[in-house]
Write a protein that binds this ligand. Structure first.
Ligand SMILES: [Zn+2]
Length: 410
């Protein structure tokens, strides 16, 4: 069993790693699935709103035996009634609020408690999810009214799922895990919040947790806060913790011992509120596809200057993904989707299997720092240095939680 996490953090109670990656498939799912064939990726995720357009993709996911998460995204109910994210297909779901905007500062009504959790779960079951998500709303306050509301809804969802578990017509021979989503706006995450959140969520009878980061800055402070929250939750419950929204830090986080991450097209970073789109534009069309390059541990902008930098990088470090000529940047949408997904699979291998060789974290940071400066890119997140530092401390390194228990995160 691969145990980079136990080398890097010997103080951790976790002794074996089952580190995994859930690939978020936004639009263009079929190109991404083809690119990660025969990789270590065993699970994928899609927004529930995507299933009507991508039935054939879901059939393909099932045929491949991949685990499937379908996120109900009830935060769409927090957007104005006229917002594009609330129109069809979202408006067709039973948990879509027809005439009001969800306000997380208000107490959850008994009617919402009776209807919403059930609608979230049944919509996922009907759509063919193999894992069930108890989703969360979005609010700044980490432990206040919004959180209490989400916890009440999550407890009710657990009761509903408990009643349904034995029902053959719903579950058949499909073994479904239930995951509670913990939505975190991490800019003000402090030690006391971490302890409170770990306590509050550890009481839920679920199979795992999905830490969903909103507007994660990739700063060292925010990274360490999330890292410790994930660790504490896992120590306390022994259950799997998936972290999504880590941006370009995800492979560093996995190498650093984070149990599971979710990453992929349209969901590397999650921003809220989502942009409102004109009536004729679909959600999948709103994102420019940036091109990832491993040598800079990041992606280059699509500007003219960005294109020149990409040309330089691909010439100097050719890409073997097979979606485009190795020494040229992928130019069309299909090739870009293929390229980025293929590299997610390669970075996953790098993060979880250090014995397979390749550069260590510090060497990659040194290379990326130098290249980014040469190409006029922004500097690499300083959190990478913290990840490399702990890797170099192995096997006598400290548990990352030691450091954060003694330092107030501010
Ligand atoms: Zn490529």
């Amino acid at each position: 069993m691969l145990t980079r996490s136990s080398q890097a953090a010997p103080g951790s109670r976790r002794t074996e790693s089952t580190r995994r990656l859930v690939l978020w498939l936004g639009s263009g799912a079929k190109y991404q699935l083809a690119a990660v064939d025969r990789s270590a990726i065993e699970e994928v995720a899609l927004p529930l709103v995507a299933i009507r357009r991508r039935r054939s993709v879901i059939d393909r996911i099932r045929a491949r035996g991949l685990g499937l998460f379908l996120d109900p995204e009830p935060w769409r109910n927090q957007l104005p009634l006229t917002h594009s994210a609330r129109r069809r297909p979202f408006s067709a779901f039973d948990y879509s609020l027809k005439e009001r905007v969800w306000n997380p500062k208000e107490e959850v009504s008994s009617e919402d408690l009776d209807t919403l959790p059930q609608a979230w779960l049944s919509s996922q079951i009907v759509a063919g999810a193999s894992e069930l998500l108890i989703p969360g709303h979005i609010y700044y306050d980490l432990t206040g009214r919004g959180r209490q509301g989400d916890l009440s809804l999550a407890r009710r969802a657990c009761e509903v799922a408990g009643h349904w578990m034995g029902r053959e017509e719903l579950f058949g021979d499909v073994k479904r895990g239930i995951y509670a989503q913990i939505t975190i706006w991490p800019f003000n995450l402090r030690n006391r919040d971490i302890a409170w959140l770990a306590d509050a969520y550890s009481e839920l009878p679920v199979n795992g947790y999905w830490l969903s980061l909103v507007a994660f800055s990739q700063s060292e402070t925010q990274y360490m806060g999330i890292r410790v929250l994930a660790e504490k939750l896992q120590e306390r419950t022994g259950k799997r913790v998936i972290v999504s929204g880590l941006g370009r830090l995800w492979q560093g986080a996995l190498a650093d011992g984070v149990d599971s991450v979710c990453v992929g097209h349209e969901r590397s970073l999650f921003l809220f509120p989502s942009p409102d789109l004109p009536p004729n534009v679909e959600e999948g069309q709103r994102f420019r596809i940036q091109i990832y390059h491993p040598a800079v541990l990041g992606a280059l902008r699509g500007s003219q200057q960005g294109h020149m930098a990409q040309d330089h990088l691909f010439e100097r470090f050719p890409c073997q993904c097979g979606g485009h000529p190795p020494k040229e940047r992928p130019r069309v949408r299909r090739a870009r989707l293929h390229h980025n997904a293929w590299w997610i699979a390669r970075e996953l291998e790098w993060a979880i299997a250090p014995e397979k060789g390749g550069m260590d974290t510090q060497a990659r940071i040194d290379q990326a720092t130098k290249l980014r400066a040469e190409l006029g890119m922004s500097s690499l997140s300083i959190a990478w240095r913290e990840i490399a530092r702990r890797e170099q401390l192995a096997p006598g390194g400290r548990d990352p939680t030691d450091r954060l228990d003694s330092v107030e995160i501010s």
